[in-house]
Every structure is written in structure tokens, then in C-alpha cells.
Design a protein around this ligand. Structure first.
Ligand SMILES: Nc1ncnc2c1ncn2[C@@H]1O[C@H](COP(=O)(O)OP(=O)(O)OP(=O)(O)O)[C@@H](O)[C@H]1O
Ligand SMILES: [Mg+2]
Length: 220
């Protein structure tokens, strides 16, 4: 399964969610690959500052041919997570086409909702070539005890794409762990941040299913 964490808007939390999601799914015993599809190379930078044993490999593939190149590599993994680039349309298009699920983080701000229209448009265009792409929004950086998370859900409903029930809140632990190339599930597994990312993983992947053997993956 390929999950693209994508949004043409910059700074919405694609890299934060991609790295943390990959860590949660890898810790649950699945073979995970993180693909950095952003020329900024943020996921690569995250993995290069890491001193701890890697939980999963990270490769750089910021290419408009991603949708053609990735499936063969993905066959060796249970879950591939793509950390997308902001703004560049041909990279965005390729990453959407490569994905089974397009996970779109959106911050609770009207600017982010308005800017999501570009990504929604790219997803709809891609669905004409690949019908079964499943787009979903996730609210990221919600401020605890504010109603703005609910407002953003209402505003996003105009796009007719599902909005995941889980909301990722604004938490300093994300930046703190990233500075060491770690995920929140490693630095503070009991934290609210770790729990929210675990819920996010459970809403995307059937975490109770047994990871496939290499033979089963090849046959799929
Ligand atoms: N839930 C969160 N709580 C606190 N800080 C967050 C959260 N999500 C993201 N951030 C912070 O917001 C900034 C942007 O996040 P990130 O780099 O993950 O976004 P991005 O969408 O990958 O950006 P770009 O479009 O440049 O690739 C970072 O400083 C990150 O630490
Ligand atoms: Mg990024």
C-alpha cells in the first residue's frame, strides 16, 4: 500500500506526519519505506541526523516519473509512505498517481482550506487515470480546546473528500523529536502526540492484519 502525504501548500505538516506515521507502522512490525519526493529533502535530512538504529529505510525520489518507478520498489514493503513536495505541480501529480491513499494534512486556518483547492483539483484529475485513489484530509496543528478544528472540518466539507476523525494537535514534541531524527513514538511513546499518530495509522492501515511474508508480497 502506498500512502502519499501530499499537499501543494507548504508547511502543513507533510514531513512531520510522514516520518511519524512511518515510525508507528514500522514499530507495529510492518516493512515500511519512506520516500522523500520533495527536492527540499526534509525526510532525508531527518534520517541523516538520526543516530539511533533506523526503523525503516528512507530514499529520495523527487521525480515526475515517481508513479512509474515506485511500484516495483514498493513490492518489497507492506507500506510505502511518500513525503510530498509543495508547489511543484508535476511532482504533485506523479506522487498522487503513485498513491493508493492521498493523505492531505490541513492546518485549521482559512488560508490552508483555500489552498487545498489546488491539491483537490490535482487529485480529481489523477482519478481520471486511476479511479481508485482514495483521498482523505487530516487536520494537523489543531490548538487544543479551540473550536477552529470544527470550523475547518465544516470548511473542508465543500471538497467532498472524507476527513479523518483523528486530529493531530499542535505539540512541541514533533519538532523536538525531529531535531534528533526521531519520531514522537520513540521520544515519548505515552504522549498525546504519539497516541494521535497511532490513531492516524489505525485509520489508514489495518494494523491488526498480519504483515505479509516476502513471498506473499511478491505474489500480490
Ligand atoms: N502537529 C504539529 N505540532 C507542532 N508543530 C508542527 C506540527 N506539524 C508540523 N509542525 C511544524 O510545522 C513546520 C512545518 O512542518 P513540516 O515541515 O512537517 O511541513 P511540510 O508540509 O512538510 O512543509 P513543506 O511543504 O515545506 O515540505 C515544522 O516546523 C514542524 O515542526
Ligand atoms: Mg516537507
Amino acid at each position: 500500500m502506498i500512502i502519499g502525504v501530499l499537499n501543494q501548500k507548504g508547511g502543513v505538516g507533510k514531513t512531520t506526519i510522514a516520518t511519524n506515521l512511518a515510525a508507528v507502522i514500522a514499530k507495529a512490525g510492518y516493512r515500511v519505506l519512506l520516500v522523500d519526493a520533495d527536492p527540499q529533502g526534509s525526510s532525508m535530512a531527518w534520517s541523516s541526523v538520526r543516530e539511533a538504529e533506523p526503523l525503516f529505510p528512507v530514499i529520495s525520489m523527487a521525480k515526475p516519473t515517481l508513479h512509474r518507478d515506485l511500484p516495483e520498489i514498493a513490492a518489497d514493503y507492506d507500506v510505502v509512505i511518500v513525503d510530498g513536495a509543495p508547489r511543484v505541480n508535476d511532482l504533485g501529480r506523479a506522487a498522487i498517481l503513485a498513491s493508493d491513499i492521498v493523505l492531505m494534512p490541513v492546518q485549521p486556518s482559512p488560508y490552508d482550506v483555500w489552498a487545498s483547492a489546488d491539491t483537490v483539483q490535482l487529485v480529481k484529475e489523477a482519478q481520471q487515470f486511476k479511479e481508485n485513489i482514495k483521498p482523505v484530509f487530516v487536520v494537523n496543528r489543531k490548538i487544543v480546546n479551540t473550536a477552529i478544528g470544527r470550523d475547518v472540518r465544516n470548511a473542508l466539507s465543500q471538497f467532498d473528500f472524507p476527513i479523518l476523525p483523528v486530529e493531530i494537535c499542535q505539540r512541541v514534541g514533533f519538532a523536538e523529536s525531529a531535531s534528533q531524527g526521531l519520531a514522537v513514538i520513540e521520544t515519548d511513546p505515552k504522549s498525546d502526540a504519539a497516541q494521535e499518530i497511532s490513531q492516524l495509522a489505525a485509520q489508514l492501515v489495518d494494523m491488526k492484519a498480519k504483515p505479509k511474508t516476502k513471498k506473499e508480497r511478491k505474489a500480490a
